[in-house]
Design a protein around this ligand. Structure first.
Ligand code: CA
Length: 229
């Protein structure tokens, strides 16, 4: 496992890299956002620890550019302030988790383990994998593992299912889904989410997968890998 620490405070960066090495991770560092972004986009890392307050390009901008490239590398933000806004903004922009400074090393290590575990079995060879459901991120097709039926998704269906598959078991609100799939400025109504969920469910049923999209009434939707009944 190779980790990248993007942090401009040299003392903290060096201390983190030393601690991570002690935990058996390979760790490299960057001291500004622009270099950090270049390093992330090499695709050589398994997880990024990204400070928000950085010279040249701040952490939010780095995060935004990485996700714009459809790069799903796990990113843990280091937020200096305990301001709720920073956390909400970071998570909405696609951070996997955050730790508020000052933090105990053990807390960061726990977050790293959790995020890496969450990422297991997800993207392998351009395929997202949850339960027996496979999503090909190149051809936009889904298939049940070991099954013979595959079906192609529309661009919006793809974005929706990708979002659900990157957050298996997590309840996603209609609002979060709308923002992620249709964008912040869109006029898309929440109804659209329900319509596209029903399209997706039909296609998923066709593949015979036992993964289902569950409606959590009053909250949103959740991807669930269940049993055939
Ligand atoms: Ca900083």
């Amino acid at each position: 496992m190779k980790l990248l620490v993007i942090e401009d405070e040299e003392g903290l960066r060096e201390a983190l890299m030393t601690s991570l090495a002690g935990e058996g991770y390979e760790a490299e560092g960057a001291d500004n956002g622009a270099d950090g972004l270049d390093m992330i986009l090499t695709g050589l890392y398994d997880l990024i620890i990204l400070d928000v307050m950085l010279p040249q390009m701040d952490g939010f901008e780095v995060l935004r550019r990485v996700r714009k490239e459809k790069n799903h590398i796990p990113i843990i933000l280091l937020t200096a302030r305990s301001a709720l806004d920073d956390k909400v903004e970071g998570m909405d922009m696609g951070a996997d988790d955050y730790v508020t400074k000052p933090f105990a090393l053990e807390e960061l290590l726990a977050r790293i383990r959790m995020v890496l575990r969450r990422g297991e079995h997800q993207v392998e060879n351009d395929r997202l994998h949850v339960g027996d459901l496979l999503l090909d991120t190149k051809t936009y097709t889904i298939q049940c593992e070991g099954g013979t039926r595959s079906v192609r998704l529309s661009a919006k269906e793809y974005k929706l299912l990708e979002y659900l598959m990157l957050n298996p078991g997590r309840v996603l609100s209609r609002e979060q889904i709308t923002e992620r799939v249709w964008g912040y400025d869109s006029d898309a109504e929440y109804n659209n989410v329900d319509v596209y969920i029903s399209f997706l469910r039909k296609k998923m049923q066709y593949t015979k997968t036992n993964v289902t999209i569950r409606l959590i009434r009053g909250v949103g939707y959740q991807l669930e890998a269940g049993e055939h009944d």
